[in-house]
Design a binder for this molecule. Structure first.
Ligand SMILES: [Zn+2]
Length: 108
């Protein structure tokens, strides 16, 4: 996704995806973009209020030529460290874009 799409996705996530532990809304400084690949982005959310962390995959799916659907999968990453984030970032730099394997669609 390009920069404008990414900006829109983050705006949407800030509105629709509060912290799943303390319900605080995330702000820009809580969110890091780990990777962008084609229509997908992986983000790291760090709640400054309760310390909860989420890894979020957001994928844009073109439904028709004028409408796009956003698919969001979030995973709690309770004990993630700064180094883990760097590792994920490095991993995603080599990543082949197979988000279906990385984020299986079964409900948690
Ligand atoms: Zn929280």
């Amino acid at each position: 996704m390009d920069f404008n799409e990414l900006k829109e996705v983050i705006k949407y996530l800030k509105k629709e995806l509060p912290c799943n532990t303390c319900n605080k809304k995330f702000t820009n400084k809580d969110i890091s973009v780990l990777s962008c690949y084609n229509h997908d982005a992986v983000l790291h959310f760090n709640c400054t209020q309760c310390g909860n962390q989420l890894i979020v995959h957001a994928g844009l799916e073109e439904e028709t030529t004028t409408t796009t659907k956003l698919n969001v999968h979030a995973k709690s990453a309770a004990n993630i460290t700064k180094n883990d984030v760097i590792d994920i970032h490095n991993f995603l730099n080599q990543f082949n874009g197979d988000f279906k394997t990385l984020f299986p669609t079964e409900p948690n």
